[in-house]
Ligand binder design. Sequence first.
Ligand SMILES: [Cu+2]
Length: 267
Amino acid sequence: MRLLGQKVILNPMRMAHRKSLIPLLALSPLLAGCAQSEVSGLGFEEGISSVNDQSLSLWQGAWITAGVVGLITLILILWPVFFHRKKDESFPKQTQYNIPVEVAYTVIPLIIVAVLFYFTVQRESKIVKISPDAQVSHFIDVVGFQWSWQFKHRSAGEYKSATITGTPAQPPTLVLPQGERVRFTLDANDVVHGFWIPAFMIQMQNLPGVTNQLEFTANKLGTYPGRCNILCGRNHAQMLFSVKVVTKAEYQKYLEDLVAEEKAVTS
Ligand SMILES: [Cu+2]
């Protein structure tokens, strides 16, 4: 074989090897940068927050259901394409009102929706449950405003410095203790915002005039991105924040450091 004037010798062994690489190459964008647990979690990792433990199997189940439905639909589309092609010039037999088929395609989706609805309600009622105060280790107020976030660590006491206020240019960091239950009180002082930490599988709206509460435990050390997920105005895209999960001791030290300077000034 000649290619651009050069003789190319085709090595069958090498070609077979290349062929075997093709499916891997096709998968590589999917696998690039994904941990094994993220692949099995279909984009989410297990054990990052108490909400992941509740939601992950629901997320996986919903995708598996969608995959099965998609596969059956694809087979039903391809079946007539391959096995019922035009055989002659005669006009095909016309049929209508196939009652069993019509009942099946009404009832089956209803069953799927009912099952998904049941499991969603079951998990959601656990996720939004508010525990007695004694079982909560820390209380943090989260206020959304145009266009950043304010986090008030109530465990630090009534100090101005215990309130972290971000700006679009300097997004704030929400520091959380690992393995301790935190109750978040969500509010907004202008328009509706959405407190969203994608990796934690949590989101709840910050509504002006309404106080929402959400509790969860951050279980894995690390830094995670947070966002506003309700379109709230011109600079909505800049309503970013970071979540930094630290050990209990580091969190305690963080709170002490926040107020130390203010205490020194006021005393
Ligand atoms: Cu917002």
